[in-house]
Design a protein around this ligand. Sequence first.
Ligand code: TRP
Length: 331
Amino acid sequence: MNDSNRILSGMRSTNPRLHLGNYEGALRNWVDLQNKGFKMYCMVADLHALTTMYEESAEASRNAREVAKDFVAGGIDPSRSSVFVQSHVPEHSELHLLLSMITPLGWLERVPTYKEKQEDLGSAEREPYGLLGYPVLQSADILLYKPYGVPVGRDQAPHLEIGNDIAARFNRLYGREVFQPYKYLIPEDELRAKVPGLDMRKMSKSYDNCIYLSDTEDQTAAKIKQAFTTPTKIRLTDPGQPEGCAVCQYLRLYSPDWERQWEEDRQGLRGCSQNKKELTEILNEYLRPIRERRALLDDAAIEEILCRGAEEARGFASKTLAEVKSAMGMF
Ligand code: TRP
């Protein structure tokens, strides 16, 4: 592998707010890695957001500020980690262009997320050229920082593989070891990696089933009250099926006492409203420090953090880009 102590990761700014799934599946790992001493580059991918939001480009940019606030609220410390917006570091766009020249089309056409997005967009008229290049831009994001590893959700694995493949192809084509392979840091806990929504479908803004990091205590309580539980558990004494109940799934994530709670639920010794009440307390307690940090971050504060973050990121990225051009004999 390599002896880098850097980590790069990113999230698209398609939504202004991060939800519990984004936190458990990604951001929490970033914070853990930061606290283990890795140098973190935490990027808001506003250019990637444009692949689907090109008609709402200003919104993608505004969202980027809000997502960055959630990074910091979630525990990313801007005095140790670099928090930046992708389009503020133009090296990403330039490396993307150079890498696009050496990436075989076949590698991109096979990517499963490309096929899905293509179907979502419907007609080829609506499908931008940039969507096909999505993994190439992501590879540029990563390779600029020569990272030890990249923490992401499982759905991103195909993109990470393309990055290592492009790196190896670059080294071979230009006869220099500019890039070393990086690791894929994917969460092991299945439930953490895939937090269900309040209705047990995938947690997603489009299903309106999210708990957001920036929700208030009352909003969280109201959402949990409406959450999906065992449909056949009408009375307290009816047996529950915790595996299929959103409230029980969250208890398993957040309650130290979840095994007893599940057993009582199963045996009809406790009702859904008690589960909901206990979960609301535990979850609001868990989210309290995140909400407190977010309340302290105004627009000016995040603008300053992003400005310093981009400067620091450019410091590293520009050196890599210079090496790339030198290997290619471009001056
Ligand atoms: N594609 C990632 C996502 O959808 C976001 C992303 C962009 C990313 N560039 C990255 C993740 C680089 C890891 C590394 O969530």
